[in-house]
Design a protein around this ligand. Structure first.
Ligand SMILES: [Zn+2]
Length: 223
């Protein structure tokens, strides 16, 4: 087949549409590439509310630092160990290639205990670990909270819009547990993802970055 000009891999299109179509195609490809290069800018329409939360706005001290036991709604340890899947948390609790904002212990929170993922309201949230749902409901500063426990680990998924599981339910890894919201002590739509580990002396928050790779997300600026 004869290829027209320097146009593209799409020789057939080139023959049919001629130089005009080729030019448009090159333009579209160029624009797509440019958009791809600046994709770390948060997409509208949720950019404004997320920026108010993420980009240097002072946050209430202690908003995500405790299990809220003082309020009488603390999330304790159930002791559940799944008979089949005892793998620790792995991956990101959102589908696709999500945006990832503030780091563990970011400067906007004095005692932040997890990783924050800005996302559209209603975005599905999936558990990164099989286990038993030991909390599913409203919990003070955490808002609508789901906690999944297995083999000495707890996965905390906070500020949800809706919750799709019930307390006491045993779920496999990857199960839909709720959707992204901005409930509790949150000022923009995002998922707070925390991992807690039981220790001999008590418990410790782990850095969730230890359970997912850089290629799995698009980093957004967080001051
Ligand atoms: Zn957070």
């Amino acid at each position: 087949m004869k290829k027209s000009g320097g146009c593209c891999l799409m020789g057939t299109l080139g023959v049919i549409g001629g130089p005009l179509l080729c030019g448009m195609l090159v333009f579209v490809i160029a624009m797509t590439t440019m958009v791809g290069l600046v994709s770390t800018t948060l997409p509208q329409p949720w950019r404004k509310s997320v920026e108010s939360w993420m980009l240097g706005t002072p946050q209430p001290v202690g908003s995500e630092t405790s299990d809220n036991a003082a309020a009488g709604v603390g999330v304790g340890w159930d002791g559940y160990v799944d008979p089949v899947d005892t793998n620790p948390p792995l991956g990101i609790p959102l589908g696709g290639v999500p945006y990832y904002g503030c780091m563990f212990h970011d400067t906007a929170y004095s005692n932040h205990t997890g990783a924050d993922f800005p996302a559209n309201v209603g975005t599905p949230i999936y558990t990164t670990m099989a286990g038993k749902v030991v909390w599913a409901g409203e919990n003070g500063p955490w808002g609508n909270l789901v906690v999944v426990e297995n083999n000495g680990y707890q996965v905390w998924l906070a500020h949800m819009e809706s919750i799709q599981v019930d307390k006491g339910q045993v779920i496999p890894v990857g199960e839909l547990v709720g959707t992204v919201g901005t409930t509790g002590n949150s000022t923009g739509y995002h998922l707070h993802y925390g991992i807690k580990q039981k220790t001999d002396g008590g418990q410790v928050w782990l850095n969730p970055e230890g359970s997912f790779a850089g290629a799995e997300y698009v980093k957004v600026e967080c001051k």
